[in-house]
Design a protein around this ligand. Sequence first.
Ligand SMILES: Nc1ncnc2c1ncn2[C@@H]1O[C@H](COP(=O)(O)OP(=O)(O)OP(=O)(O)O)[C@@H](O)[C@H]1O
Ligand SMILES: O=P(O)(O)OC[C@H]1O[C@](O)(CO)[C@@H](O)[C@@H]1O
Ligand SMILES: [Mg+2]
Length: 429
Amino acid sequence: MLTQSDLAISTLGEPQLDSPLLFDGIPTRFTPEAARVLYNIDYLEGDDVIELGFEKAGARKKVYFDASKSKAAIVTCGGLCPGLNNVVRNLFYQLQTSYGVPTVLGIRYGYQGLNPSQGLPPLELTSEMVERIHHHGGTHLGTSRGPQDPKVTVDFLESQGINMLFCIGGDGTQKGAHAMAVEAQKRGLDIAIVGIPKTIDNDIKYCYRTFGFLTAVSEAEKIIDCAHVEARSVPNGIGLVKLMGREAGFIAAAATIASGEVNFTLIPEVPFELEGDHGLLAKLERRLAVRSHAVIVVAEGAGQHLLARQGDEYDKSGNRKLGDIGLYLKQEINNYFATRGTPASVKYLDPSYHIRSVAANAADSLLCEQLARQAANAAMAGKTDMFVGLWQNHTVHVPLSISTGQIKRIDPEQEMWTTVLAITGQDKW
Ligand SMILES: Nc1ncnc2c1ncn2[C@@H]1O[C@H](COP(=O)(O)OP(=O)(O)OP(=O)(O)O)[C@@H](O)[C@H]1O
Ligand SMILES: O=P(O)(O)OC[C@H]1O[C@](O)(CO)[C@@H](O)[C@@H]1O
Ligand SMILES: [Mg+2]
């Protein structure tokens, strides 16, 4: 159970300088330091409202850093995600054009670029460099997986005179950011480390929606619609689509709801069986008997218990490598119908990286702008060891210590999954 003190944000010191944020003489609407966004906004009439709240993001009237003497750096880590370039661009403009920070560095290839032994010196960003990057997918700074020693990376920040570091990435990146913030605090350094959560998987705890998620869902929806067309075009056609989602099935569930054409959705949070009367194969057979076609969406982390595995393998960042549930299902479904003498045709679509390497759609571009602007505001106010997240449709400050090391997953009792069950008609597993 969270308490208000768990939600307190670390600061480097008392902000005492007047904010340079003035546009054409109109003072920005500053957000008071005491502003909060309620953790729970729904309540029963008559009940006491619990006043637990996240610190509200926004420009502060007093700032901690003298912008004109500051040096900021931006790093993008982990897998690609639509909107990475938007965040870099918006951070650059908020820091340089709005606050007047003279130097904004782009760290190359993720945390590797913070380790001088890797020979990847930072780029000094300019308006010409960033002005068009939001039209492109990927990250112009480059990304990587794999750990770097926080002692080495903090040495680098110190040696370069960087006083604000923006870490754009998923759970691993935020863990890395926390490790650096702890190291910097231990040394008493005036360095603000602020995260911006990124992942198409939408699995960051205490962040309602991460940027890139909706773009990935709309790309996934197009693929599902293609699978549906394929399935309907042949007798007993089965469109099988595998989507990303290592630990959480948000992309699969949201694309299912958006498409409305899916009959079975399989996610990591809800174990399913193949065999038996309630297994996928028997349910699929019943569906084909009635409608002669079916669409299945499987998240890559689903059904891992069904795969024969030699032992766990991990990527450079320590993420578990998954068995290919899509190919496995394709084989099992083909075998099942061949044994029964029922002609069926599985069309397997694995869009994989296609859904995350595209440019951000409008909804994500808007979110990226908000998150980047508020991250710059937070760092200028001397806040550190936190990320800017979206909560109850407001941008808020979330301490890294409460979010990292946890994964946000679909709760099968909640509306998202019950909606999937209603739309697919697949019944509970
Ligand atoms: N505990 C940690 N301490 C320091 N660095 C870490 C830690 N955990 C992860 N990192 C580093 O953070 C970077 C990004 O992590 P990772 O590759 O897991 O991607 P991610 O940020 O979780 O994004 P994705 O959503 O694509 O998985 C990597 O360089 C990784 O080594
Ligand atoms: O192949 P890569 O680049 O390591 O990334 C794959 C993973 O990255 C993500 O896109 C984001 O975490 C996952 O959905 C996927 O499992
Ligand atoms: Mg991760």
